[in-house]
Design a binder for this molecule. Structure first.
Ligand SMILES: [Zn+2]
Ligand SMILES: [Zn+2]
Ligand SMILES: [Zn+2]
Ligand SMILES: [Zn+2]
Length: 227
């Protein structure tokens, strides 16, 4: 998997490009979000504690998400969200723990408000064979009304990492699994070179998508937020 220093993200409310380190600062003054918060406060639901969490693909700095979870949402809801936006290929098992592989497993039925405090960091493992590992860290809480009726809301997400075609340096859109599996080369190709690329032993090249699981277990997206 290629490494990149790119750590830019997109605000899920206004679409502005923001730094990975300035998400909270942007959200506090984002006018689109502030309007939505004001609108939510007028609804008849009760105020609750909402948890800002940073989700980070381990070993792949460029893939990250910030979400706001309702205190009563369960780790199961977070697991479903991660599967939807990043991970799901063929229904593998997954688990949360403190400390990763050797750490204590935390049941999926546990609520966000029972787990997350200042300093909490959970490791999520999807697929115990060709695993994808994700760190989920506590950022902050706020007291208020959620901006949607779902367990979680997306706050921000990394910009899709740029990739250059291995043949010509143009923007790559496709990944060749044969390059990856047979040659251990991150074989990304532009629209022109995907047409002439000779490999077909592992199926057609897959479209590059904004997920840290690309290239693992035949994952092919769509890497879209489930909501
Ligand atoms: Zn914004
Ligand atoms: Zn799979
Ligand atoms: Zn090319
Ligand atoms: Zn190839």
């Amino acid at each position: 998997m290629p490494r990149s220093k790119q750590t830019k993200g997109i605000c899920a409310f206004c679409g502005a490009e923001i730094g990975k380190g300035t998400v909270a600062k942007h959200l506090a003054r984002c006018e689109t979000r502030r309007a939505l918060l004001a609108q939510s406060e007028n609804e008849s639901r009760a105020a609750e504690t909402l948890y800002h969490l940073r989700v980070q693909a381990m070993g792949q700095n460029e893939f990250w998400l910030d979400v706001e979870a309702r205190g009563e949402s369960k780790l199961k809801d977070l697991d479903r969200y991660l599967r939807g936006i990043w991970l799901e290929c063929c229904g593998h098992l997954s688990r949360f723990s403190i400390g990763g592989w050797g750490g204590n497993e935390i049941p999926m039925s546990r609520q966000v408000q029972q787990i997350f405090r200042e300093g909490t960091a959970l490791v999520h493992i999807y697929d115990f064979g060709t695993s994808s590992e994700t760190m989920v860290k506590f950022v902050a809480t706020r007291r208020g009304k959620p901006t949607n009726t779902r367990p979680l809301a997306l706050l921000a997400r990394n910009v899709m990492p740029e990739a250059k075609c291995i043949e010509c340096d143009a923007a790559a859109l496709w990944l060749c699994n044969e390059c990856l599996i047979e040659d251990q080369v991150w074989g990304v190709l532009c629209q022109a070179h995907v047409q002439t690329h000779p490999h077909d032993n592992y199926g057609k090249p897959v479209r590059l998508v904004n997920s840290p699981r690309l290239g693992l277990c035949g994952y092919d997206g769509p890497a879209e937020p489930p909501y």
